[in-house]
Design a protein around this ligand. Structure first.
Ligand code: SF4
Ligand code: SF4
Length: 471
């Protein structure tokens, strides 16, 4: 890319750090355009979903609950316990592979369109800032101006609203952990009776406020692990927001009377609009950079300039570095097809893992170190141990039925009851008629029942005298 050589100094420093190492505050211009409108709509829908979900209940349980303190998790109304940890681990592995493959193909689409950091910053906190402090230039002037009544009331009001939003959001985040009913209890009873809950609310509110009032783009550039991994996830074929340097260079100021092509100039009129709207303060014309969150603001800004100078839109667009270099169009190629198939497979695997999850998990083993007993003149008996994990939201009375061969079951110690979310164990005897046994090792099949319903089927063996094998 010989065209970029003269602009290479951007690689020597981070966009928001000055030469003396101090933070350079970014004052992005508010974007306008088709993509910004779509992103705004997407953000409002996602925010509405985020704030409505805690109120949705299925059979009295929240739709989603991530109670790490009590190790209770509810996903779409289904309760998950620590016993389902293997599902969680497998899903996380599948999810990480999904994220890696998705990023290799589609770049940081997630960051620009779905990431809560971008949504809260660009569509909640930033618009409030524009409303109270004015546009980006007015904000810069206000920050540089000496302390005055105007500055105090604007800054004071902004930070008060920022903290209020953070405090309200903290309640909703707590609702995802302990449930909305607990949050209402906390509000009704006051902080004195729920000191721990109230402390958690304040801590989360302060962190949330600090992230959006102060840290901002630094989260994406320095803190976010996904952002830090971009360097290894992206390649020349990844779809990212990119500047068409083949078309734009050599850049030069716009002159309506000039025929740019015959003067050797490209389509970039060096207006700086793409950089002015960038929330991470970079110049996308320097190529793909770690700081770019693929927010599309520069696409909208450049398209509006192109319309004004009567040039085709798309000087900055979604494209891969290879398509720009080869001057080809983005095509649905074998690589994208292959990765998409793998992605679909992974999603199906996650769905399958959840679909095979049963309400109870049971294990039946013959009691260690025991042999058969001669129960009476007609029967032999074996002693077994059953373990049941109850993943339902109710106490279960577990019954056992012997499917094969014909025989009887006697539970030791009375009815076998397992409480909600607990693991229960019981011993039982199996009696089989001597005349039914044909060998010393007979296959047996149990049905684990509760409330007349079959919950599980388990196979085991029944031991008899070795003399049976010699018959
Ligand atoms: S370069 Fe463009 S897409 Fe990337 S963060 Fe800046 S404005 Fe958003
Ligand atoms: S907005 Fe477009 S024309 Fe203006 S500087 Fe950026 S790339 Fe060049």
């Amino acid at each position: 890319m010989e065209e970029f050589e003269e602009f290479d100094d951007f690689r020597d420093h981070q966009s928001t750090i000055g030469e003396d190492g101090s933070r350079l505050w970014v004052y992005p211009k508010q974007p306008k355009g088709v993509l910004y409108s779509f992103r705004k709509l997407t953000s409002f829908i996602l925010l509405a979903i985020l704030f409505v979900i805690p109120f949705i209940k299925i059979n009295g349980d929240p739709l989603l609950l991530f109670n790490v303190l009590e190790r209770k998790f509810i996903i779409f109304g289904v309760m998950f316990y620590p016993q389902d940890f293997h599902l969680f681990v497998l899903s996380m592995i599948a999810f990480i592979v999904f994220v890696v493959l998705f990023t290799v193909i589609f770049g940081r689409i997630f960051c620009g369109w779905i990431c809560p950091q971008t949504i809260f910053m660009e569509f909640l906190y930033r618009p409030i800032e524009y409303w109270i402090e004015g546009n980006n230039n007015q904000q810069r002037k206000l920050d540089e101006s000496p302390l005055s009544f105007n500055k105090i009331w604007r800054k004071g009001l902004k930070h008060f609203i920022f903290f209020l939003i953070s405090f309200i959001t903290a309640h909703f985040f707590l609702a995802y952990i302990t449930g909305i009913d607990h949050v209402f209890e906390l509000i009704a009873d006051g902080p004195k009776t729920h000191l721990a809950g109230f402390a958690a609310l304040i801590i989360f509110s302060v962190i949330h406020y600090f992230v959006f009032a102060k840290l901002r783009e630094q989260v994406c550039i320095i803190i976010c692990p996904y952002g830090r991994m971009q360097g290894v996830l992206l390649d020349r074929n990844s779809i990212v927001i990119t500047y068409d340097y083949k078309r734009g260079e050599p850049r030069g100021k716009y002159n309506p009377l000039e025929e740019r092509k015959s003067n050797g100039k490209g389509d970039c009129v060096e207006c700086g609009s793409c950089q002015a709207v960038c929330p991470t303060g970079i110049d996308i014309r320097n190529g793909t950079q770690l700081e770019c969150i693929n927010c599309t603001a520069c696409i909208d800004a450049c398209n509006s300039v192109m319309r004004r100078v009567k040039k085709p839109e798309g000087l900055i667009r979604y494209a891969s570095e290879r398509t720009i270099a080869d001057k080809t169009k983005l095509k649905f190629n074998i690589r994208i097809l292959f990765y998409s198939v793998v992605l679909t497979g992974l999603l199906s695997l996650i769905a399958f893992l959840f679909s095979i999850r049963t309400d109870i998990e049971s294990t039946i083993l013959r009691q260690k170190g025991t042999m058969f007993q001669e129960y009476d003149s007609l029967h032999y008996s074996n002693i077994y141990m059953i373990q049941v994990i109850n993943k339902t939201r109710k106490t279960l009375q577990v019954d056992l039925k012997l499917d094969e061969p014909e025989g009887k079951i006697q539970l030791i110690g009375g009815p076998f009851v397992v409480k909600e979310g607990e693991v229960g164990e019981a011993q039982f005897l199996v009696l089989i008629k001597k005349s039914e046994l044909k060998s010393s090792n007979t296959k047996v099949e149990f049905e684990v029942m509760s409330g007349g319903e079959e919950m599980d089927e388990i196979k085991s063996t029944f031991v008899g005298p070795e003399a049976l094998d010699r018959k």
